[in-house]
Design a protein around this ligand. Sequence first.
Ligand code: TRP
Length: 365
Amino acid sequence: MALPKRVFSGIQPTSVMTIGNYFGAVKNWVRLQDECDAVYCVVDLHAMTVSYDPRELRRSTKEMFVSLLACGIDPERATVFVQSTVPEHAELSWVLATMASLGDLGRMIQFKEKSRLLKGNPGGGSEDAGDDGTIDDRTFVSSGLLFYPVLQSADILAYRADCVPVGRDQSQHLEMSRGLARRFNARFGRVFPEPETLHTPVPKLLSPSDPTKKMSKSLGPKHFIGLFEEEDSVRRKVRSAVTDSGAPPAGDEASPGVENLLTILAACGFDEDADQMRRDYFAGTLRYVDLKGRTADALVALTTEMRDRRADVLRREKDLDGLIHAMAGRARAMAGKTLALVRDKTGMYPPGRRGWPPNPNPELP
Ligand code: TRP
């Protein structure tokens, strides 16, 4: 029997999980944990590439871990862990950095966009640090941002993953991961499979209050719906959602705001209702109060269930840090094997303490 494929994916810790995170990624992860050898990671090191507060990072990392459990990621069936608990990621990232060209890194769309945004921030100082060691959070462009895709490649390759479920926006990063795997294998001998991208169809969710933009936390609370959000707040956001933003619909798409509500309704499992309402829309008989009412009800059912499940997790897992620590052990056992091989192939010494003095490798001087 063929071994199940190993999948790896990561999610950045943020203050709260949105329905966008859930429908766009995590719901799919839950399904995959029964079909594959699944490894899921809260990537707190990636969150350090832009300005952040240390206490807030720790809090949101734990919150994202709890949220994953609440969504149904099961530590019995998947390896779910926090990136910074496994030092092998940062270690492999260095080795891969020596194989990534500055040119390739500078061409990454996400880097270009994020650094352009920072440089364009008003009122900021320079994109560099001052001589006195101070940096201006508003405009500083760290080289960590440039190396973001190298660290992402290290995440994936440390587990020698076959498949990586991600959104389309990550295609370029995955292409880089494959390139680095290929380059390493060619230079040092085969260690890594080239990870395939697993694009699953995901609904495109827009900001309820500005459906010309993607649903996003960074735009502010009106622009996203939290997966654990309270009923009142969910209903308020849906009630005030923009429906017709001016331009009349062209072709078979409704206006972006209406399309967004229909997408949310369908994502919540009410595809048939969404189809019916779409037909009503084009027949000119859809009342927006009805669309908003149905969508709000569907969302409230989802968020209420998720809040209950989150409360269950917190009741059940009295010692969350203990669980995070235990999962780190499991993840390190996997990544450690890869790193031992990488160190050997690249001519590095084994790490000190563990396994010291090193077994002399007769092939090396
Ligand atoms: N860059 C990914 C995102 O923003 C998060 C991520 C980090 C990731 N490491 C990963 C995704 C490894 C897949 C595999 O969504």
